[in-house]
Design a protein around this ligand. Structure first.
Ligand SMILES: O=C(O)c1ccccc1NCC(=O)[C@H](O)[C@H](O)COP(=O)(O)O
Length: 215
């Protein structure tokens, strides 16, 4: 049985990175988007990146970032994965995939079956789709659930992950209902916007790992 991939997103401190790594996260997310309470400068993202052990993949999140700025961010942070959360096109993703040779993920807001079908246009240009809630004040990290029923019995033709409002209390159900190979959580693991709670990180990872073991 393949392992459950666990991404803990929006980490901003060394303690939170250490907690995620110790708890069994396979991916940690660093947000570079100024309006977000989880925003990190490129310099701070690079410092946290350096803290992650080689077996944990570092995901840099950006939103509609310009090519030159993207090149600088990738050079300085050296992430394993670039997660794009805006209106980036399949063409742009394809270019990034070819030029950088790194993993490229596209986050898509899913509000109905049409949105799910439309997301498939990234096949070939993204390595993974991350399905997230469609509404909210920010492009991500809003703590809102998407309708899991849309993903039940859906025939996935590319690697994917589930995000949106996940926490330690609901992640087992999320895995059971959708069969998600990767679960991603951010605001549900916080004590205040942008402030990760290490106990919630540990509880989330424990619940996700237990759900997979029971499957
Ligand atoms: O987390 C943010 O603040 C954020 C800002 C801008 C773009 C993306 C952002 N987060 C992306 C993520 O991958 C989150 O983990 C995902 O949206 C789930 O968030 P949540 O519903 O809070 O668990």
């Amino acid at each position: 049985m393949p392992e459950t991939l666990i991404k803990i997103c929006g980490l901003t401190t060394p303690d939170a990175v250490d907690a995620a790594v110790d708890a069994g996260a396979t991916h940690i997310g660093l947000v570079h988007f100024e309006p977000s309470p989880r925003h990190l400068s490129i310099g701070d993202a690079a410092k946290l990146r350096a803290r992650a052990p080689a077996e944990v993949k570092v995901v840099l999140l950006t939103v509609n970032m310009q090519p030159q700025e993207t090149a600088i961010a990738l050079q300085d942070v050296q992430p394993d994965v670039l997660q794009l959360h805006g209106a980036e096109t399949p063409e742009w993703l394809g270019l990034l995939k070819d030029k950088t040779k790194m993993e490229i993920w596209k986050a898509v807001g899913v509000k109905d079956r049409t949105a799910l079908e439309k997301a498939q246009r990234f096949k070939g240009s993204a390595h993974r789709l991350l399905y997230d809630a469609a509404q909210g004040a920010l492009p991500g990290g809003n703590g809102l659930l998407l309708d899991w029923r849309l993903l039940m019995n859906y025939h996935h033709t590319m690697p994917w992950g589930l995000a949106g409002g996940l926490n330690a209390e609901n992640v087992a159900d999320a895995i059971r209902y959708t069969g998600a190979p990767l679960v991603d959580a951010s605001s549900g693991l916080e004590s205040a916007p942008g402030v990760k709670d290490t106990a919630k990180i540990r509880a989330f990872c424990k619940a996700a790992l237990a759900a997979k073991a029971a499957a």
